[in-house]
Design a protein around this ligand. Structure first.
Ligand code: ADQ
Length: 521
């Protein structure tokens, strides 16, 4: 069975691919190469008039088929409906949700156009895997054109409760199109339950808790927590220690003996960057003895700068960091450094490794891969501590992190202090469990599980258990003690080197760059 992947953005591999390709992009490309495949989506370019042309590039047994958008399509489908309506809504930010009928029409129009083009490219027994919120109605459009193949969808961001979704005009019409999929994958059981709830209460679907029936169609909704290339990332981080000219060395020189707390995020309001800076300020104010001993490095490359809310966040983060540095800094110590640029995977791995605390405190996040990358990069003999928002999907798996509520700056401040003071034995104990969990559910595991389920084969109970899913995230830094990760794999020493929802529910070389090119340009 040939695999067809569809995503909003497609990056055609070229000689720069080592820099561009990341965990998810590499894993999908591998899955495509194994079966032979087609990857379809937006080229990332905007062209004049009404572009309909499909450009195809062959690499081995994978065909990349891309189309440009017109400026009007970019404005309505991409910036408008996808990123100013669906993105804030799905992240529970109703106040930021901007709905325009014309944007919605543009969104439906691009999905229709993609379906038209794709229908001419697929073969009868292709397995079709569509990614993310830009393309929710794509399967319904394909079905209208007579496509009967198995079609799956994976939603990379949170799926909120029906009451939240219901605020979106035409929400029932939009989410009803989910019924055109055979399998819908969500990051967590909570997301899966929410979608099923919405299909039942807004669209009149019937469910047994794992499948939803709407009209003549039956759709399976399951959680598949996405992973990273753990082994590849571990190797990158370990190598950064040995290499002479790396950001890790340079960071050491510039920080001296000072401890480092690190945050790495796209500059996005869902990531809680401003709230995190404020919490770090509170930590320094409440614990003056720590001043001069620790710095926060926040790496935050701007994204979607032509959406006004993002430009405002850019300004706000500068303002807050500037104010806190002015209030708390010394002539020889800067408490907070905000760096707004993208780094290579290798450089990021080095930063994570150097940091005693990984501060991952989104207000809402589908999974959050940074949490997993931080753990993968640690030195097993002297690991750092992960402070993790209970509202990141990752918190449902990574119970051995210090779990915090990012809306409570005091709790985050105290978790930073707890993390910095944590004895080595306790750090190692938590790290080993977290590492085992992320290694057992890495990106290859995720791709395999999803494709098994989509092609109709059932994943084994064992592999589902490896997902380490638990029902609700734990709240409160102090309560973060016992995880339920299956210790299927332990961190290698460096000397030598899921379930259905709602009440029922390989290996590769070191990673290249961010997967942002795939999911979120
Ligand atoms: P994102 O919102 O992009 O992804 P996340 O999962 O944290 O969020 O992934 C970000 C990626 O970008 C990480 O791999 C990180 O290393 C990389 N990155 C961030 N800053 C960088 C920098 N300065 N330089 C280089 N790389 C950088 C969406 C959803 C998430 C979900 C993923 C995958 O919002 O919830 O986990 O998709 O499904």
């Amino acid at each position: 069975m040939r695999l067809v992947v569809v995503s909003n953005r497609v990056t055609i591999p070229d000689r720069h691919e080592k820099v561009m390709a990341g965990g998810l992009a590499v894993a999908l490309r591998e899955a495509l190469e194994q079966r032979g495949g087609l990857w379809f989506g937006w080229s990332g370019a905007v062209s004049e008039g009404s572009p309909t042309q499909i450009r195809q590039v062959q690499h081995g047994n994978v065909t990349y088929a891309v189309t440009d958008l017109s400026e009007a399509e970019r404005q309505s489908y991409y910036l408008g409906f996808s990123n100013r309506a669906l993105w804030p809504l799905m992240h529970y930010r109703l106040g930021l949700t901007e709905f325009q009928r014309s944007d919605y029409m543009g969104y439906l129009g691009v999905n229709r156009r993609f379906a038209r083009a794709l229908a001419g490219l697929i073969k009868p027994d292709d397995l079709i895997w569509i990614h993310d919120y830009h393309l929710i109605p794509l399967a319904a459009e394909l079905r209208r054109r007579g496509v009967t193949n198995r079609i799956g969808y994976f939603h990379h961001i949170p799926w909120p409760a029906a009451e939240v979704i219901d605020a979106l005009p035409f929400s029932a019409t939009l989410i009803r199109t989910m019924a055109a999929y055979d399998l819908v994958g969500m990051q967590t059981e909570v997301d899966a339950r929410n979608l099923i709830g919405g299909l039942v209460s807004l669209c009149g679907g019937r469910t047994d808790g794992r499948r939803v029936r709407l009209g003549s169609r039956e759709t399976s909704v399951q959680a598949f927590p996405i992973g990273i290339d753990v082994e590849g990332f571990r190797k990158l981080a370990a190598a950064s220690v040995r290499q002479a000219a790396t950001p890790l060395r340079a960071t050491r020189e510039s920080l001296g003996e000072r401890k480092l707390v690190i945050g790495v995020d796209r500059l996005d309001y869902s990531k809680g960057i401003v709230q995190r800076l404020e919490a770090f300020g509170e930590f320094l104010r409440n614990h003056p003895e720590e001043r001069g001993r620790v710095s926060l490095l926040q790496v935050a490359p701007p994204s979607r700068s032509d959406v006004p809310e993002y430009a405002e966040l850019d300004r706000q983060s500068d303002e807050v960091a500037g104010r806190l540095n002015a209030q708390l800094g010394e002539f020889d110590w800067t408490p907070i450094r905000v760096v707004k640029k993208a780094y290579s995977r290798k450089a990021l791995a080095g930063f994570y490794r150097r940091a005693q605390v990984g501060l991952v405190t989104p207000m809402r996040d589908g999974m959050n891969l940074v949490a997993k990358e931080y753990i993968a990069a640690q030195n097993p003999a002297d690991p750092g501590v992960l402070v993790l928002s209970r509202f990141a999907g990752a918190a449902q798996q990574m119970g051995e992190a210090l779990i915090v509520n990012p809306f409570d700056s005091h709790e985050v401040a105290e978790a930073i202090r707890t993390a910095l003071a944590m004895p080595k034995t306790e750090r190692i104990r938590r790290f080993e469990r977290l590492y085992a969990l992320i290694a057992a559910t890495d990106i290859d595991w995720w791709t395999r599980q999803y494709l098994l389920a989509l092609s109709g084969d059932k994943p084994s109970a064992e592999t589902l258990a490896a997902g380490g899913l638990r029902k609700e995230p734990r709240a409160g830094a102090r309560r973060a003690g016992r995880g339920e990760a299956s210790a299927a794999s332990s961190p290698p020493s460096e000397a030598g080197v899921g379930k259905m929802s709602a009440g029922s529910r390989g290996k590769r070389s070191a990673a290249g760059g961010s997967h942002l090119a795939l999911v979120r340009p």
